[in-house]
Ligand binder design. Structure first.
Ligand SMILES: [Cu+2]
Length: 135
């Protein structure tokens, strides 16, 4: 009985699915798949969060799988405003402790800056994998 997933665990997994994406759950459930996408599984294990602190994005480059939502949080006393160089996403001005989230559906590279302080640069790298079938 205890070897199966109980309802509480299932609910937790469902929440994780929403936050991290299907690909990471598949990577956990089907370890043999991770060999095909080593960088993807490593990225999925890390939180999809970017901290803004001391006028810098940390991590400056974040690699995720398609379907992952990235949340930026401003830990600075100064406002920052995130803008994708290709115009895919942009935030309002983020005051201290404000957050901005964007879900990356399509694989690709998304360089972005703080549009208030353009020398602040970061990049989101989105790998395919969120569209993996259930097989
Ligand atoms: Cu800024």
């Amino acid at each position: 009985m205890l070897t199966t997933i109980n309802p509480a665990q299932r609910r937790r997994i469902a929440l994780l699915l929403g936050a991290v994406g299907v690909a990471s759950l598949l990577a956990v459930a089907l370890p043999e798949l991770t060999a095909a996408g080593e960088a993807v599984s490593a990225a999925a294990a890390s939180p999809a969060a970017v901290k803004i602190d001391n006028f810098a994005f940390t991590p400056a480059t974040l690699t995720i799988t398609a379907g992952t939502t990235v949340t930026w949080k401003n830990d600075d006393d100064s406002p920052h405003r995130i803008g994708d160089k290709n115009g895919t996403f942009k935030s309002a001005a983020l005051d201290t402790d404000d957050t901005f989230s964007h879900t990356f559906a399509a694989p690709g590279e998304y360089p972005y800056i703080c549009t208030i302080h353009p020398y602040m640069a970061g990049k989101i790298i989105v790998k395919p994998g969120g569209k993996t079938s259930s097989k």
